[in-house]
Design a binder for this molecule. Structure first.
Ligand code: 5GP
Ligand code: ZN
Length: 113
């Protein structure tokens, strides 16, 4: 699959990987928007949130639990953090392989822009 994040999953492109298991990889965002900005992605290529099927229900749950574990590891679990999943271009999605953004380490405004 000619997809940026599939290439990171396969080890063809470098990334600062902070977690990986058989289903999930997490790495530092190349253009961080907060002191903590990690991307948590499934190894499986799913383009957008719209493309999920019941087959991925448990995987999507695990993506969130991994994000929470990484938030704890980075010490932002009490101060607060945000998990964001942009769906399609109008919401800012630029890489069409679903990913959770884990943002923390500063005050985050609401609503997002
Ligand atoms: P989106 O805009 O699709 O929600 O998020 C894509 C994210 O991927 C952006 O925050 C962007 O900075 C990040 N990104 C794009 N290309 C790369 C890359 O090659 N390596 C890493 N680590 N992050 C990337
Ligand atoms: Zn992909």
């Amino acid at each position: 699959m000619d997809c940026l994040f599939c290439r990171i999953v396969r080890g063809e492109l470098p990334a600062s990987i902070v977690f990986e298991d058989e289903e999930i990889v997490a790495f530092e965002d190349i253009n961080p928007q907060a002191p903590v900005h990690l991307l948590v992605i499934p190894r499986k290529h799913v383009p957008t949130l719209n493309d999920l099927t019941p087959e991925e229900d448990a995987l999507v749950g695990r993506l969130h639990r991994v994000a929470a574990e990484l938030a704890r590891a980075r010490g932002v679990e009490e101060t607060g953090y945000r998990v964001v999943l942009n769906c399609n271009a109008g919401a800012g999605q630029t890489v069409f392989h679903i990913h959770l953004h884990l943002l923390g380490g500063r005050d985050l405004q609401w609503p997002p822009g």
